[in-house]
Write a protein that binds this ligand. Structure first.
Ligand code: HEC
Ligand code: HEC
Length: 406
């Protein structure tokens, strides 16, 4: 017998029970010299319980005024947590009829997204200092919130989305849900007595769910297998990768980072930076029926702090390209519905503008801001990407879909 160990386990087990967590159970493995690690196990169990609750909330349509709209209605796990179909924007609100103004981003690979800053410094790989990479980070296409728990409050209360009248209304819906008992178990019997505290606990649970690595950052694509030397790219995929990385051709990797970082972290296919690409106006968005309306992104109306930074107008956050092949609407306004169009836009935006724009170039941005639009390679008056290059790029991007089976 190991009386000391048993009593330590016993104490922690009773503490855990007292704290409302599951009692610590023996793993069945031989004990480590310093004994088991019950506090960590209890914390892990509690985190798992909160994340599990977050998952329940994420899929629960009762969290909307209409009773028909869950987070998952717009963020479909089968599409990298982006929209389930090719509608330009989602319809929400109390009667499910009010349109939004932006396309639904995927929710994967956001766990290491830095908080928004106008001056991002990343010590460069040569180690001789760092350069200001400009606006970087934050959630949403314009980086206006930093934490997923604060982000969750936006759709829950937005009148065009889940349209709850108040945080208390959300809490009331949860208090009468079948899993209210689990909420009490996890957060305390009196949790529903204080709606502000309960709302914070619920949005915190949504945040923790979105940090579940196996679901949101599995790194299980063919490209990951390729980086680990467990798979070979086909010739078109390899050509696509070479074009993607070549600064004189695709130049894609300058914003959508494709290589393992100096610290060993796998590429996320975004630097979380901002750029104005001048994507065409999406006339299928009802708000765009008003010619005076334009979504200005980083300087725009949805975020309030940067309205005077006219040099930011038209900029949107660089999205990850992991699982991009699962999307059906591309760019912040969802103007394209095939991955090929989304890539072909880079190839001929400036050499064949009539293919993309109606009337004038950069037709979704007031002329005063056209100078913000990037003209870096692959853009510019000399076409550098052929139609075959576009095909190869698309073929390569399809290797970024998770769930690859060799
Ligand atoms: C009506 C559709 C809809 C619903 C419902 C919805 N979202 Fe979203 N979500 C969007 C759109 C559109 C954006 C982009 C908003 C923007 O950029 O202004 C977004 C953005 C996000 C982002 C930021 C992603 C990024 O790339 O920065 C997160 C995180 C998120 N939603 C989580 C949630 C959670 C959690 C819920 C449920 C509480 C939810 N969403 C419900 C449409 C929706
Ligand atoms: C200057 C930085 C930059 C470069 C270079 C760049 N991108 Fe992007 N990319 C962005 C930004 C910013 C967006 C979002 C713009 C928007 O929505 O208005 C984007 C969006 C996309 C999208 C749509 C993704 C989605 O979820 O809607 C695809 C596909 C894409 N880029 C592929 C590429 C490819 C392929 C290349 C190289 C040919 C490339 N990008 C080069 C910054 C860049």
């Amino acid at each position: 017998m190991r009386p000391l160990l048993v009593s330590v386990v016993g104490i922690w087990a009773s503490l855990a029970v007292w704290a409302g967590a599951k009692p610590v159970t023996a793993s069945g493995l031989p004990p480590l010299p310093w004994g088991p690690d019950p506090p960590a196990a209890a914390a892990r169990d509690r985190a798992a319980a909160i994340a599990g609750l977050g998952r329940t909330l994420f899929f629960d349509p009762a969290l909307s005024a209409s009773g028909h709209m869950a987070c998952a209605t717009c963020h479909d796990p089968a599409h990298g947590f982006s929209a389930p179909d090719a509608q330009p924007v989602r319809l929400g609100g109390p009667d499910g009829r009010l349109p939004g103004v932006r396309a639904v981003p995927g929710l994967m690979y956001l766990q290491t997204l830095p908080p928004f800053t106008e001056h991002f410094f990343q010590s460069d790989e040569e180690g001789d200092g760092s350069a200001d990479q400009g606006p970087t980070g934050g959630l949403d296409w314009d980086g206006r919130v930093d934490r997923a728990r604060d982000q969750a409050a936006l759709p829950l209360l937005d009148k065009n989305e889940m349209a709850n009248a108040s945080p208390a209304a959300v809490v009331a819906a949860v208090a009468s849900a079948g899993y209210a008992g689990t909420v009490r178990q996890v957060f305390g019997q009196d949790i529903f007595a204080d709606p502000a505290r309960a709302f914070a606990a619920l949005t915190g649970a949504l945040e923790l769910y979105q940090q579940t690595q196996a679901v949101f950052s599995p790194f299980s694509s063919k490209y990951d297998a390729f980086l680990a030397s467990r798979a070979a790219l086909t010739p078109p995929q390899a050509r696509g990768l070479a074009i993607f990385n070549d600064p004189r051709r695709g130049n894609c990797a300058s914003c959508h980072r494709s290589t393992i970082a100096a610290d060993g972290s796998p590429p996320l296919f975004t630097d979380f930076g901002y750029a104005a690409l001048g994507v065409p106006r999406n006339r299928a968005i009802p708000a765009n029926n008003d010619p005076a309306y334009a979504d200005l992104g980083l300087c725009g109306a949805l975020r309030t702090g940067l309205v005077r930074r006219t040099d930011y107008c038209g900029m949107f956050k660089t999205p990850t390209l992991r699982n991009v092949a699962l999307k059906q609407s591309f760019y912040h306004n969802g103007v394209f519905h095939t991955l090929r169009d989304a890539v072909a836009f880079y190839a001929t935006r400036d050499t064949d503008p009539a293919r993309w724009y109606q009337g004038r170039r950069f037709d979704d941005l007031p002329p005063a801001y056209h100078r913000n639009v990037t003209i870096e390679v692959p853009f510019g008056d000399r076409r550098v990407l052929s139609d075959t290059d576009v095909d190869d790029l698309v073929t390569f991007l399809r290797t970024l879909t998770d769930g690859y089976q060799p």
